[in-house]
Design a protein around this ligand. Structure first.
Ligand code: SF4
Length: 398
């Protein structure tokens, strides 16, 4: 893997009315013409994303969105996509055409950011087209905003600097996967199955992320298949933690002595990206399910399903067996959550390695608001195998 995955990059998104100059700003920030710029309103239809390095901060993803204010049917669809982007945005750039500034819309938009706790930077564009008095009024009324001109890149370095400052403020929020779970110099064994579902010649993202996180935090890690686990444990005197693929929970929990803490990749992801306690409480609600209840199996990205696919086959099979109920499963894949979430009695989510923390937290808060239990694959499998207390111990001890 050569590049920082999108999910690990802070998302900086550009919002504003149609034709406010969002795409010009997007291109000026990345220094390329990636977004189409036109005087015609509504040129940006689907969100445009671009991974970039923001020096000196590091990797980010910049997102250009369709503008507010397109009232056509297509415009409404575009707005839904823009709303979806809002739900995974870490920093918002709110772009306003200074020649058609509407204070009421300004207030409404700021409320949208505040409701979601999104830090924002206000950018007034096309300032060179204003009279001196208009310019002075805007600059005095909105002293924290950045002011840019119509046809040159004035203000771009100031915007980048402000983005960097805002990102520094929220830097600590993206917790490490394992760095604050075990101490530096600990020894962790990672159990990785190489079965028919494993991608040929590579590891999957959560496995790669965890190895890198161990290296970042001075944690020694040893990777083994389940077949060699028993021998590995015999040869190593002190193991601080075993992390397994959650599909192997049962087998691995029988091999690893009780004295050695055990957890899974997806439980570490659940803790890093969301609220592990909400996922744990959600898993326990499996005992309350009744005949004909509907379960939403949600995944953050498309990946090649095999007949053994964990979300589509394995978990539904185990849930039906455990509960003895007639349960109905729907499957959802994608960045945005479905609108009909109220129709479900439980949501079971994948590890979410391709989603950023904002997106996972947003999904958790939707379920919490609607009183729908939400758990994730690893936490639920631990519960169904009767080992959830053992596998979550590590998160409550330190
Ligand atoms: S389905 Fe979920 S856990 Fe699997 S790769 Fe996609 S985002 Fe990651």
């Amino acid at each position: 893997m050569q590049k920082t995955p999108m999910a690990l990059r802070k998302h900086v998104s550009i919002f504003g009315k149609v034709n406010a100059g969002k795409s010009s700003l997007f291109n000026a920030i990345i220094g390329q013409k990636a977004a189409i710029v036109s005087e015609k309103p509504g040129t940006t239809t689907d969100p445009v994303t671009k991974a970039m390095e923001l020096v000196p901060f590091g990797p980010i993803v910049l997102v250009d969105t369709a503008g507010f204010g397109d009232l056509s049917e297509v415009g409404k669809e575009r707005m839904e996509k823009t709303q979806g982007i809002l739900n995974r945005t870490d920093i918002a750039l709110y772009v306003i055409d200074s020649n058609s500034f509407d204070p009421i819309q300004y207030k409404d938009t700021i409320v949208l950011f505040k409701e979601r706790s999104i830090p924002y930077i206000v950018v007034f564009t096309k300032m060179d087209l204003l009279s001196k008095a208009q310019k002075n009024w805007l600059q005095e009324t909105y002293p924290d905003a950045v002011f840019t001109d119509h046809r040159n890149d004035a203000g771009i370095s100031q915007i980048k600097e402000k983005i960097g400052q805002e990102l520094e403020k929220i830097k600590g929020e993206e917790d490490s996967l394992i760095g604050n779970v075990v101490a530096q110099n600990s020894l962790v064994i990672l159990v990785v199955p190489i079965d028919s579902g494993a991608p040929k010649g590579r590891l999957i993202l959560p496995q790669v992320q965890l190895i890198r996180d161990c290296l970042d935090h001075g944690i020694r890690c040893l990777v083994t298949r389940e077949d060699e686990l028993s021998q590995t444990l015999k040869e190593i005197e002190k193991v601080d933690l075993v992390v397994t693929d959650s599909q192997l929970f049962k087998l691995v929990s029988e091999v690893v002595p009780e004295a050695i803490p055990l957890t899974s990749f997806s439980m570490l992801l659940a803790r890093q990206k969301g609220d592990i306690h909400q996922f744990i409480d959600g898993a326990k609600m499996v005992d309350q399910l009744k005949d004909h209840d509907r379960i939403l199996m949600a995944e953050g990205c498309t990946h090649n399903a095999t007949h053994e696919d964990i979300g589509k086959v394995k978990i539904p099979t185990v849930m039906k067996k455990y509960t003895g109920k007639q349960l109905h499963f729907d499957f959802y894949t994608g960045y945005d959550f479905p609108h009909n979430i109220d129709e479900y009695q439980m949501v079971v989510h994948c590890g979410g390695c391709m989603l950023n923390k904002k997106a996972v937290i947003h999904r958790l808060s939707i379920c919490q608001d609607k009183n729908i239990p939400m758990t994730n694959y690893g936490v639920l499998l631990a519960y169904l195998n009767g080992i959830l207390p053992r596998c979550s111990d590590i998160f409550t001890k330190r």
